[in-house]
Write a protein that binds this ligand. Structure first.
Ligand code: LLP
Length: 422
């Protein structure tokens, strides 16, 4: 459920008409809905009933300061994967104790920063990292709760590029090697090895792979407890999918997911951490673009927009399909020809959709890419010297620009000529 709906034939974000934002902010832009984010957070959190659960929003999905603060104010923690995300989380007001530091390769500087801030948990991805975290913690005189992120060798049944739990993926520690590393962690200074972490991929639309992975976590927890390693936390990652394509089977609901977690792991009496990203912000955001031109080719028709693959890379990178809606509701004439929806970037990969059925649109008309709140703005670039596009947050009848579009001068501010070219 989301709060982007047509009112009087015009697509609104909550109570704000998108054309109003377009004329005041310019296109393209991302627009997020406060009420949608809040709803998803609360529905997910409340699905677990009496389990002791903390929801650490996976900031890689959307690390805008205002988005993170909105979720933080509702009680969310944060799952961060870089020193940058950690600093945004703190700046957004998330208490360090609610921050989990994940990520497959943490630099020494990031480890020291995380320890200095007293993050709640660090998820360890290799033996090498275990040793480095221990050494840094000992040097700072700190103790940090750690989880080993285990690789359970489970195929998540999602896109290859976002599957992370198969044995040949770079992520995590092979689950059969994990007991040995927990024994080692117990002997090292500065570490409290009381948690297990797992995350098998993203946009997962079936509970079976989750259950397979969680069963392995259960086995490992019982084994470690039997050896006297007191596992009392489980971090089950994120990954629950959202509906992008309404013709496809809807993904399981948070309630279905929570029931499976209870069934598989409930009796262990652990504290649980979840790291949802897409589920919280995916359909809380849209990207709005303007039609620059239409073009009839020999065999195809093109709708050329002012947004491009650098602004929303998911279609080019994963073949992802985002629903595209005209911002002014139009009847769909039976005779309308499907179009290829493209951007102005000089690559054939700069195509958002092929043979897409849209009502007749003309230059200056607006379209909205739905479900663009997760992995949209965060993955954008300024390829073709295109400025990063603004982000806008709507709450009820108010809206605010929460990231400005840089000026040309700001874009160039980091570049300089060497002395021999001046
Ligand atoms: N925790 C860990 C350790 C992760 O690696 C991820 C996502 C998450 C949590 C959040 O997963 P979510 O709940 O959002 O599925 N750029 C890709 C998605 C990459 C996901 C990376 N890891 C896309 O646009 O589909």
């Amino acid at each position: 459920m989301h709060h982007f709906t047509y009112t009087n034939g015009v697509l609104h974000a909550e109570e704000v008409p998108l054309p109003r934002i377009a004329s005041e902010v310019g296109t393209p832009f991302y627009c997020y809905s406060h009420a949608t984010m809040a709803r998803h957070y609360v529905v997910f959190r409340d699905a677990f009933g009496k389990l002791d659960v903390s929801v650490c929003f996976a900031m890689k999905a959307n690390s805008n300061l205002a988005v993170v603060r909105t979720l933080g104010q509702l009680g969310a923690g944060a799952d961060v994967v870089s020193g940058g995300e950690l600093q945004i989380a703190l700046k957004a007001g998330i208490p360090a104790s609610k921050i989990v530091f994940s990520g497959v390769g943490k630099t020494d500087a990031e480890i020291r920063l995380a320890l200095a801030c007293n993050v709640g948990q660090m998820n360890v991805e290799s033996e090498d990292e275990l040793v480095r975290i221990s050494a840094a913690a000992a040097q700072l005189g700190k103790k940090v709760r750690i989880a080993l992120r285990v690789n359970p060798d489970v195929a998540a049944g999602t896109h290859d590029k976002i599957s992370t739990g198969r044995k040949d993926d770079k992520f995590g520690i092979d689950w059969t090697l994990a007991p040995g590393l927990y024994r080692k962690a117990r002997e090292l200074p500065g570490l409290v090895p009381s948690s297990i972490a797992v995350h098998i991929g993203s946009q997962i639309t079936n509970l079976v792979p989750f259950e397979a992975a969680f069963s392995r976590v259960r086995e490992l927890a019982l084994l470690l407890r039997a050896e006297g390693i007191p596992i009392d936390h489980l971090d089950l990652g994120g990954g629950l999918g959202v509906p992008y394509d309404h013709s496809a089977e809807p993904p399981p609901t948070p309630a279905d997911y929570a029931a499976m977690v209870k069934r598989t792991l409930g009796e262990l009496n652990c504290k649980f951490t979840f790291e949802p990203g897409r589920l919280i912000v995916g359909n809380a955001g849209v990207m709005v673009a303007r039609v620059i031109a239409t073009k009839a080719g020999a065999s195809r028709s093109f709708l050329i927009l002012d947004a491009a693959m650098n602004d929303l890379i998911r279609p080019a990178m994963y073949g992802a399909r985002h629903e595209i809606l005209p911002v002014k509701e139009r009847p769909m004439a039976a005779t309308v020809r499907p179009v290829d929806v493209v951007g102005p970037v000089c690559e054939s990969a700069d195509r958002f959709a092929q043979d897409y059925r849209l009502p007749h649109l003309e230059p200056n008309d607006l379209v909205a890419f739905m479900t663009a709140g997760a992995y949209g703005a965060v993955m954008s670039s300024s390829y073709n010297a295109r400025p990063l596009i603004p982000e806008v947050l709507v709450k009820g009848s108010s809206y605010a620009v929460v990231r400005r579009r840089p000026t040309f001068e700001q874009m160039m501010a980091l570049e300089q000529l060497p002395p021999w070219l001046v």
